[in-house]
Design a protein around this ligand. Sequence first.
Ligand code: FMN
Length: 214
Amino acid sequence: MSIHHMRQTYTKAGISLKDVNSDPMVQFSVWFDQAKAEEAPDWMEINAMTLSTASLDGNVTSRIVLLKAVENGKFAFFTNYDSVKGQQISANPNVSLCFFWPHLERQIRIEGTVTKTSREISQTYFASRPRDSQLGANASDQSSVVESEDWLNNQMDSLRSRYEGDTVPCPSHWGGYDVTPNTIEFWQGRPSRLHDRIVYKRNGDTWKIVRLAP
Ligand SMILES: Cc1cc2nc3c(=O)[nH]c(=O)nc-3n(C[C@H](O)[C@H](O)[C@H](O)COP(=O)(O)O)c2cc1C
């Protein structure tokens, strides 16, 4: 099938303003739990989200990262602070997150500002990761040019022997970011492209909820 003939009809559900929770974080949890509970292919990572960051001169970059916590009204992910995303975030804290759950015909878009997670939380999460992931975080200067595949494997081998029998330290350039949302949109696919879009906009301590045209 050619690309221009590819399209799906969405029929699974609808969303109504009267049914959504007044708190978008609660609404997010409801949809996240449904995305987990509903039969999804084994390979699908429900907590994978597209993170977009922008430099001060307006260059935008997107990539997938994994959501690792939703706490105190914030969405957390972990990464290398020296990576491209880390550099863009340190210049410009405005980011967006986007989840796509095709098995529910749903999308959630989040816009907000980002701050670094506390060192203590980053270290605790780092300690819970598989040992090879811990070594990988030490071996890889994320987003820098690698001379060869061997170079990276050699780095891993030398770190494996260096920390044999010891705790692998959490590098100072590795840790979490917390996104505080100011806008969250819940999108539900509908027939005839008349999709439902419910948007929450932060208004001081409360949220204004509106429906947008598809
Ligand atoms: C499913 C999936 C999950 C990923 N999770 C993370 C993550 O949690 N943290 C991370 O730094 N990179 C993660 N990555 C890799 C990023 O997409 C990206 O390649 C890397 O962070 C470098 O991005 P940057 O150069 O824009 O900073 C993931 C990639 C995929 C496909």
